[in-house]
Design a protein around this ligand. Structure first.
Ligand code: ZN
Ligand code: ZN
Length: 86
């Protein structure tokens, strides 16, 4: 029971047994407690960044950052990087 923590979009959880990873794509107020291999998954310090299209509202999530400048476009418009303060 930890009602203080709101889950956040882009948060990453990893299973310490098999290495499975998942990421939050819609945040809400629930006490998120993902499990895998009969074990509680660990919340990692990293967050996946997301991009949103200011025109249509499409959203992307960065699964793995590369070296290059990431400049996704949608509706002929640059998408806006969104990373809420933790
Ligand atoms: Zn697992
Ligand atoms: Zn769009």
């Amino acid at each position: 029971m930890s009602p203080q923590q709101r889950n956040l979009i882009g948060q990453v959880y990893r299973c310490p047994v098999c290495g499975a990873e998942l990421s939050v794509i819609r945040s809400a107020l629930g006490a998120l407690a993902p499990r895998c291999c009969n074990t509680a998954m660990l919340l990692l310090p990293e967050r996946h960044a997301t991009y949103v299209c200011p025109v249509c509202g499409s959203e992307l999530m960065v699964i793995r950052e590369g070296a290059g400048p990431l400049t996704p476009r949608c509706c002929n418009t640059p998408m806006v990087r969104r990373r809420q303060a933790a």
